[in-house]
Design a protein around this ligand. Structure first.
Ligand code: PBG
Length: 315
């Protein structure tokens, strides 16, 4: 009876699996702060995607860990950068039978760990140059589209990034490549384990408060979403998820495009850490969280629980 009258359902179809692929390793590397998640080799990535697809998962999003980082993050737009190589491999095997998304940012690729080109500000601190960064995002979008990405997902929170990417893709004949915009992305303390996963330390004890949103602001999120939609985003995202259910709900009631929410690394890690101590029931809390995110109004969830959820559903 309860199932019959339940209002919200999480389906495998709603989930996107974030996957990490690292250049220059021979064996997949476990990520300590993300139990069960790996930095993949090209080979183990291939296996993972094959298995996810067999479990019914419809989409993955790729993050790259380059062997060498530099000031511009050139691995993000090099045609032979690790994500581009991985995309070509996956497209060759799967075509369009699983949606291949690429996170579009440079923080994994820069030696200073920021999401763009930096210069020294008046007070000696690093400042990200918004407009110079747009030029490298355009190059990264092109490299990802040429490598076969079906969806590019700009996550750097630079102003105007969606417009520049849309124009670049259209001019190059990639009008079919969709944009999932990380539209309302907060400068959150919940990204810690992700930074372990991509080996990122922000230089000089810096942070991303100059370009990501302040967690005290909700109306600002609506403005960010509206701007991204006006610039041509096909889908928008709120990130993180649980601490921002009000924002998800608000955005859901105002927009008519698919809305994604990112249940981020820290959210996943907290559940596992408490579960390992026997303080909570990991599986029950995971399901409760995913359900809450859908109940708030998200259509799509990016979550490290995707494989687990699909395995449960298959049983
Ligand atoms: C930026 C990016 C980040 C995450 C996704 N894309 C890190 C950041 O903004 O610092 C975090 C995802 C997570 O914590 O799971 N490329």
């Amino acid at each position: 009876m309860r199932s019959l009258v339940s209002e919200v359902h999480v389906r495998v179809d709603d989930l996107i699996a974030p996957l990490f692929v690292r250049e220059g390793i021979d064996e997949p590397q476990p990520i300590e702060s993300l139990p069960g998640v790996m930095q993949h080799t090209l080979e183990s990535l291939g296996t993972e995607v094959r298995e996810l697809k067999a479990l019914g998962v419809k989409a993955v999003i790729l993050f790259g860990v380059p062997a060498v980082k530099d000031a511009e993050g050139s691995g993000a737009f090099d045609p032979d950068g690790i994500v581009q190589v991985a995309l070509r491999q996956l497209v060759a095997e799967h075509g369009e039978s699983i949606v291949l998304m690429a996170d579009l940012c440079v923080d994994e690729y820069t030696d200073h760990g920021h999401c763009g080109i930096v210069h020294e500000g008046a007070d000696g601190r690093m400042v990200v140059d918004n407009d110079a960064t747009l030029e490298i995002y355009a190059k990264a979008a092109l490299a990802q589209a040429e490598a076969g990405a079906h969806v590019v997902a700009p996550s750097g929170m630079m102003d105007g990034q969606v417009a520049v990417i849309r124009e670049t893709l259209d001019d190059a004949g990639f009008s079919e490549v969709a944009i999932l915009a990380y539209a309302a992305k907060y400068a959150s303390a919940l990204y810690g384990p992700f930074r372990d996963a991509v080996d990122v330390t922000i230089a000089d004890g810096g942070d991303r408060q100059g370009y990501q949103q302040d967690h005290r602001n909700a109306r600002e999120a609506i403005r960010e979403v509206e701007l991204d939609l006006a610039e041509g985003a096909d889908m928008v995202m709120v990130k993180p998820a649980l601490a921002y259910l009000d924002v998800i709900s608000d955005v859901a009631s105002r927009v008519d495009v698919p809305l994604a929410a990112y249940h981020v690394s820290g959210e996943y890690a907290m559940i596992h850490a408490a579960g390992e101590r026997g303080w909570i029931d990991t599986d029950a809390v995971a399901l409760e969280h995913l359900t809450a995110i859908k109940r708030a109004g998200a259509n799509i969830i990016l979550t490290y629980f995707t494989r687990w959820f699909a395995e449960q559903a298959a049983r």
